[in-house]
Design a protein around this ligand. Structure first.
Ligand SMILES: [Zn+2]
Length: 293
């Protein structure tokens, strides 16, 4: 009967609308962390369930104009996510493959808080420009030290694992800011360019480091990711940021073997493009080959 059919169609439409509404409002919000494809360098963008943004590093050594990576790759990516400012900007250490594009990014998207290691003896032009831009943007500037914790809201915490107050490595890689992003039962460890000396120092401090996701230290070089470190972090997902056919031979085959022997699935930005981790605090999804440029 025509009347009954119309009634059923209206009912189905109403149920579908209710379903879409319920999905939009009830589906769990996620912490999303993207290791960008910036060639040989590092840039990690984290976005909390309520939309706060943390960036760790913004540099590359692969491009002809290394200082444009912030304005031409990272800022457009953040804009696509609907962001126009950064809540926390972390500079792990001032090597050019981590800082080259940071000033350009901060000029477009100022940061409320900047975390740095304060390596003022390393007076490279990129780092000087970064510090000048931080000052110009009137960001709060803080030196990161082990044990500091930052609450990003929604239960998302940033825990600083390195450097310690007493760290005095000459080598900047081992003074890298290493941090753990924790959201409920999920943890993502960003090791920046830390190698075995920093790893043992963190391990000896007995600070919690377990994490399902590890951004592998120093672009997967042989100098880091020791068996002791991997056993303690126990990652099921390992992400390596490195450039295609880079001159340093990153990542090392030995490091990849070690990671896989510990049961981690390895993702490399030179092969997969940007790698995005999404977690509701319980389960973790990986999405690769996101076009970030
Ligand atoms: Zn590096």
């Amino acid at each position: 009967m025509p009347f009954d059919r119309r009634y059923i169609i209206i009912l189905i439409a109403a149920l579908m609308a209710a379903g879409i509404w319920a999905h939009a409002f009830i589906s769990p919000k996620t912490l999303d962390v993207t290791v960008m494809d910036v060639g040989e360098g590092l840039c990690v963008v984290a976005s909390t369930p309520s939309g706060k943004v943390m960036v760790m590093d913004c540099g590359t050594s692969s491009w002809r104009k290394n200082d444009t990576v912030g304005e031409s790759v990272v800022a457009p990516y953040l804009r696509r996510l609907g962001k126009d400012r950064i809540d926390i900007a972390v500079l792990s250490h001032p090597h050019s493959d981590h800082v080259s594009g940071y000033a350009g990014l901060l000029q477009e998207m100022p940061a409320a808080l900047v975390l740095d290691i304060g390596a003022t003896e390393h007076a490279s032009p990129y780092y000087k420009k970064f510090l000048r831009t931080v000052k110009k943007c009137r960001s709060t500037y803080r030196i990161a030290r082990r044990g500091q914790k930052i609450d990003m809201g929604d239960g998302v915490k940033v825990e600083i694992l390195n450097p310690a107050k007493s760290t005095d490595y000459f080598d900047l890689n081992n003074r890298s800011i290493v941090l753990r992003l924790v959201y409920k039962n999920s943890a993502i460890l960003l090791a920046a360019d830390a190698e075995s000396p920093a790893e043992s120092d963190i391990l000896n401090s007995n600070i919690p480091i377990r994490a399902q996701v590890l951004q592998v230290g120093h672009h997967g070089s042989e100098a880091g990711s020791t068996a002791r470190w991997l056993e303690a972090v126990n990652p099921s997902i390992a992400i390596i940021s490195c450039g295609r056919r880079n001159k340093y031979g990153h990542p090392s085959a030995k490091t990849i073997d070690r990671l896989t022997s510990f049961g981690a699935r390895v993702y490399r930005t030179d092969k997969c493009g940007a790698v995005t981790i999404s977690t509701d605090g319980r389960t973790i999804n990986v999405d690769t080959c996101t076009k970030s440029r």
